[in-house]
Design a binder for this molecule. Structure first.
Ligand SMILES: [Fe+2]
Length: 181
C-alpha cells in the first residue's frame, strides 16, 4: 500500500490485488456480457452502476469482498479521508460500497473530467490494460496504470481518461458512502 499527495489536502492510495490472470479473464467476460445497450452509445460502454454490488457470480462476490476489506484498511488514514483517523475508524463499519460497475474503453473511448460527489470515497481497479491503454489523469498528475492496480481517492477529486489508443481496457470503478442508521 502506498500513498501519494495530489494536492495540499488530499492523497490517493495505491493497492496491488492478489488476483490471478484467470480471475481477471472471468471477471472481464462477466462485465463484457453485461454492458448496458445504451452505454455503448455513450463515451464508453459500461454495466449498470450497481452491477458488481448485486451480481451473484463467484468472481463478483470475491471482488467486492476484497475491495471492501482493503478499503477498511485504507480509509482511516486521515489524509485520504479528510477526517481525523480516530473519527473515521469509529464510523468505519457504516461506510459501504454502494455503487460498483465495470467499464470497457475501446479505441477513442475517453472520460471527461469529472468527480464522484456526493459519495465520500471512490476507486478504480484495472482488470485489462493492453498496450497503449490510456493513463488516469488526476488534478494535473498522470498515473500510468497496470493490471492488478487499485487506486482509491477522495470522491471530490476531479479526474479524466484521455482517448484510448487500443481496444479492451477494462476497469472496475466504485463509490463508497456513509450509511446512516
Ligand atoms: Fe471517475
Amino acid at each position: 500500500m502506498q500513498f501519494e499527495f495530489i494536492n495540499s489536502r488530499s492523497a490517493v492510495a495505491f493497492v496491488e490485488s492478489p488476483f490471478s490472470k484467470n480471475f481477471h479473464d472471468r471477471l472481464s467476460t462477466t462485465i463484457e456480457q453485461n454492458l448496458t445497450p445504451k452505454s455503448i452509445e455513450e463515451s464508453f460502454p459500461r454495466t449498470d452502476w450497481e452491477f458488481i454490488v448485486k451480481n451473484q457470480s463467484p468472481e463478483c462476490i470475491e471482488f467486492r469482498d476484497w475491495i471492501s476489506n482493503v478499503f477498511y484498511e485504507v480509509m482511516p488514514v486521515e489524509r485520504l479521508s479528510g477526517v481525523p483517523a480516530w473519527e473515521a475508524s469509529s464510523y468505519m463499519g457504516q461506510i459501504k460500497l454502494v455503487k460498483c460497475w465495470g467499464s470497457v474503453y475501446n479505441k477513442e473511448n475517453y472520460a471527461e473530467n469529472h468527480n464522484h460527489l456526493p459519495f465520500t470515497h471512490s476507486f478504480v481497479y484495472y482488470l485489462k490494460v493492453p498496450e497503449e491503454s490510456s493513463p488516469l489523469e488526476m488534478e494535473g498528475t498522470t498515473f500510468f496504470v497496470r493490471e492488478n492496480l487499485c487506486i482509491f481517492f477522495p470522491a471530490h477529486i476531479n479526474h479524466s481518461v484521455p482517448p484510448n489508443k487500443s481496444d479492451g481496457r477494462v476497469i472496475i470503478a466504485g463509490n463508497f458512502n456513509w450509511i446512516l442508521s
